[in-house]
Design a protein around this ligand. Sequence first.
Ligand code: PLP
Length: 375
Amino acid sequence: MSKRIYLSSPTMHGEELEFIHEAFDTNWVAPLGPNVTAFEQEFAAYLQGNVHAAALSAGSGAIHLAMILSGVGRDDIVIGSDLTFAATVNPITYVGAKPVFVDSETQTWNMDPEALKKALDKYPQAKAVICANLYGTPAKLDELSAICKERGIPFIEDAAESLGATLHGKQTGLFGEIGIFSFNGNKIITTSGGGMLVAADEAVTKKATFLATQAREPARHYEHKEIGFNYRMSNVVAGIGRGQLLHLAEHIDAKRRIYMHYKEAFSDIPAITMNPYAPDSEPNFWLSCITIDPACDVKPLDIMEAFDKENIESRPIWKPMHLQPVYAANDFIQAKSGESVSERIFNTGLCLPSDIKNTPEDMEQIIGIVRSFFS
Ligand SMILES: *Cc1c(COP(=O)(O)O)cnc(C)c1O
């Protein structure tokens, strides 16, 4: 079997182990500890947004806490992205609330501001809006957050895939009342598993930390006035995060080169379009994706199957939430009726291998396979 070519696998550098060693040497093999505090400070400093950060055990846990911190409860409505990983919207249901899904626009593949307006007209009682920045591409965050602000509804930004991406120079994760990030295994930096919740208001991150450590009141005995969770990041895991953060810029550069390489390589094939982004934005290029003109005979599955035969990992576009059996009863709002944008992207697209350790030979092989379908 030929060498496996990955979609996006962890890339470690060495400093990660040094921070882990430090944790072991000082026996801080526990939740909390100096690496956690330092990772939070270094992460907030990286974002340059005058924000505070709370390190957590997963991005999903961060979204769960974001729902609670936004006052979402039983039978409430929360508006969420349709074209995303289920982890963006599943936490809405953890608090007993109901997601309503909003279609994508074609310029960034993210939540359509026009459709969001329609959703909020239909559900003025909505308690929060959560929007993902798909594959590392910033959504129309200014417009979306302005719509929410106008109506007094908290805007939560799921920046799990977009750490380091910017919109007119401002980092993703900073556009809402709360931003969340993930350090899962295949994200642009990883701690093996972990998440971060950021907010400009320090009371919010303090409350997140409180809820993430079983909501223990400051008393000598174990006093509880609220239900808490075990969502805190461990000091060992935070050490990996500190080491990875040192190499984030380098990871983004490598991902950008991969995207540009594909874009150039397919520029003479009119049926292929790369995942788009707005001109005033700088994605982190986490995953390079293509869509194929539906009028063309080549289907994404054909290419994915050809990759499988060569031990090359690829992935379909996230299946829209409104098409998921588990959300069959939930409402879905589009800007215009007809085929949804999210469904069209799902049906015509695929994610190409975007691992920063791919060699020039790997890239040549991947590109050759794609091109072979169009010659
Ligand atoms: C990965 C991801 C999450 C969840 O993060 P975990 O750390 O895996 O819990 C949430 N939203 C999106 C869009 C993601 O890609």
